[in-house]
Design a protein around this ligand. Sequence first.
Ligand code: PHE
Length: 457
Amino acid sequence: MSQATPSRSTWSNRWAFILVTIGSAVGLGNIWRFSYLAGASEGSVGVFVVVYLVCVALIGLPLLMAEILIGRRGRGNPVAAMLNTAAESGNSSWWALLGWVGIFGALMILSFYSVVSGWMVDYFWRSLVEGMNVSTPEEAKAAYDATMANPWRQGFWHTVFMILTVGVVARGVVAGIETANKIMLPLLFLILIFLAFWGTVAGDMPAALNFMFNLKTEAIKPGVVIDGMGHAFFSLSLGMGAIMAYGSYLDKKTNIGHTCLWVAGVGAFIGLLCGAAIFSLTFRYGLEPAAGPGLILQTLPLAFTHMPGGRLVAILFFLFVIFAAWTSSISLLEPFVSWLTERYGIRRARAAWGTALPVWLLGLAVCLSFNEWSEFKIFGRTIFYLLDHFATRFMMPLSGLAIAIYVGWRLGKMIVVDEIRLKQRTFNLWFDVLRFVVPVGITLIFFYELVLRNWLK
Ligand code: PHE
């Protein structure tokens, strides 16, 4: 039941693959989500950051390799890659469920991802044409609240961002995705270096670092540990078919292990650097770090208004965020689009626009969940939080667990060794971590958050 087409695209070279994977990994997760989750876990920030870093190293990195392995071996979209590798290794085709979870999960994330990215485009536009001009924390909050209260405004920018995303994916793997990353990522790095420098000069860096790495916690807030793990998954794009889809366009020669070290290392580094720059400005201007999802949209505009050259810094900052978000959102759309084109032979452009439509609609519901529908709650959560929590607290870790079991225990060592060419010692280390540490780690964190915490209460 092979679903892959014989003539699949491949990335131009190993660096192109590293670039697109970093592009997928580095996104709103590292900038917006990291800072708001860290801020929200005030009192346990150090725990959140440490859990995140440990999870990146011990769970994220091994899983990143496993996911690329499946994609490359399976030579197809996530569903096909799972079917193909399951057939090759004599496993049940039920494993393809993992591919399904991935391609649908990615669309679910894209729906709110695009809305939040839309806020960033909105703020970019405002800095460009009129400047943010907010001089007190109250004004900054009022400007943010007004944005949130306006579904039309959010819907408009969400639409713009969806069009940007589809525009790239529709052009194809190399001409679209690879080219977009090759243009945006170098610019992104340049801006980031500048911003980190500015954040250090204009902000209060010692306070930021003290805030982020302070392990003296009064009480570990509920959700902090699972959020740390969920965030490691989110920021490495794990378990959602994105990495698998990208891996499927990877040539046979490239060393998966080395590549992944780059991706995980750069991803975590950028996350910490952004966090440090953002908190450094937050403290310098006497703001609240626990402002929730709006953190960077409230604190930064204020800092930009007061700092020298702030307007230019604001424009650059939001451009930076847009690039980061854009290179990630294309990787969220790609898995489903590649499935449609390969399974049904639908033309790529048509598949991309067709897939975007329901995602866009769901995104409109997300826009409304911040205002008109803010009282509409499922399991006590608005649509936005429901999608975010469901995807990052449940789907990503559980799908990661299944991937670890699949590659560690079911695929067979022959295939795994053939794909992961590392020195024997390194290979064994990785394989053991994947087989034991990853599944046990994920299960323990789940058990701790979902069961133990409730008992201990
Ligand atoms: N890693 C991206 C970010 O940090 C989000 C993402 C998640 C992208 C899952 C693809 C798949 O913003």
